[in-house]
Design a protein around this ligand. Structure first.
Ligand SMILES: *Cc1c(COP(=O)(O)O)cnc(C)c1O
Length: 367
């Protein structure tokens, strides 16, 4: 674990950490940044905010991570960084990607928003690329409120990003208080059986601006401000405190992943590929489901926590808005197919054993 390093370069959100990394790599207008589709809007937003363009790479069928062959096919001389995303905490096949990146001399940035403890070939994720970034909002491996961190694995780049850190300003009292209230409400109310209620409230409050939503418009002026802010003070404090509980949280997630692996046996569900020689700490436990929509509808009715993301190549954008983040329909066919099948289950400490088996029984009896 790299606890202290997570406290060194802290930003308003995960996406702002990515933005800061890209800026320190001097990425901007005219450049392309390769990333997998089957991601959340935060990632292309950060790229677009620098003036660069996202270049979407497909995932490997049966996995939730980048397909190196599609990467090789699509990169050009304008591709100035490759973001690899360890989706749900499952490591990307890093050796293959490293080979391509080294050959073309393109730096790798690791999106570790779903992972703080997974390993690939005995090495912690986040230590393979030139830099990695993290997020601590609701649903991530460690929750502290809205905020993100960057970790830099290159001395020169680290010096540079530290110098530029002074250009970021503190979010101020009102935003900070809003985030704290949100964190407390989440911490107090949320458990898997009220997932669906909390989720609809969150979206309703987000829409009226009562809380810090996740999906601001790319053209929004608030949004532009976000990209120049550091992590709120209260989030920094909670992050420091909550990091102490990370080993325990990690153990829960490992245990719950093993139970799901062993107990889920519905023929309607397919397991997601995990690279050989990797240790997976699931942020959520993913499955491919036949009749996904029906399953989700039924889960909602039965108050069983089953998530449906990523529903689309760039979550939560529907087809008519794909253009706003430069995603071209048909450019990542495996992603488009997989997003119609993927579901995911909670693994965190708030998933009691009772709830865990309620979810498993629900899935095994579906169909
Ligand atoms: C949550 C998340 C981010 C960044 O989230 P922020 O809301 O900016 O903190 C980036 N990538 C992935 C894959 C995520 O899940």
């Amino acid at each position: 674990m790299q606890d202290n390093r997570l406290l060194a370069l802290t930003y308003f959100r995960g996406r702002v950490s990515l933005y800061a990394i890209l800026k320190s790599l001097m990425i901007g207008k005219g450049d392309q940044v390769a990333m997998q589709a089957f991601t959340c809007i935060a990632v292309p937003e950060a790229v677009i905010a620098t003036g660069a363009m996202p270049l979407y790479i497909d995932i490997t069928r049966g996995s939730v991570t980048m397909d190196v062959k599609d990467l090789e096919r699509k990169i050009t001389s304008n591709t100035k960084a490759i973001i690899i995303q360890h989706t749900f905490g499952i490591p990307t096949e890093i050796s293959n990607i490293l080979r391509v990146a080294l050959l073309k001399r393109i730096p790798i940035i690791e999106d570790c928003c779903h992972t703080l403890a997974s390993e690939y070939k005995g090495q912690l994720l986040g230590t393979f690329g030139i830099a990695s970034f993290y997020s601590f909002e609701w649903g991530k491996p460690l929750t502290a409120g809205i905020g993100g961190s960057a970790i830099i694995n290159d001395v020169h780049l680290e010096e540079k990003i530290k110098l530029e850190y002074h250009n970021f300003t503190n979010p101020g009292f009102i935003k900070d208080a809003k985030i704290s209230m949100q964190y407390m409400a989440y911490n107090y109310f949320y458990k898997p059986s009220v997932y669906w209620i909390v989720k609809s409230l969150f979206h309703a409050f987000g829409k009226i601006g009562f809380i810090e939503g996740n999906y601001n418009e790319v053209s929004d002026t608030n949004f532009a401000d976000d990209f120049h802010m550091t992590m709120a003070k209260s989030v920094q404090k909670r992050l420091k405190r909550n990091l102490a509980a990370l080993p325990e949280e990690t153990m829960f997630r490992i245990k719950n992943g093993i139970i799901y692996d062993k107990e889920i046996n519905s023929p309607m569900l397919g397991k997601v590929h995990v690279p050989d020689d990797s240790k997976v700490v699931y942020a959520r436990y993913p499955l491919f489901a036949q009749h996904k929509n029906e399953l989700i509808k039924k889960a909602r009715k039965n108050k069983v926590e089953i998530s449906d993301w990523y529903n689309t190549p760039v979550h939560p954008l529907e087809k008519m808005n794909w253009k706003s983040v430069c995603y071209q329909e048909g450019s990542c066919p495996v992603v488009e197919q997989s997003s119609e099948e993927i579901i995911s289950l909670p693994t965190h400490q708030k998933t009691s054993e009772f709830e865990l088996f309620r979810i498993i029984d629900f899935l095994n009896s579906f169909g």
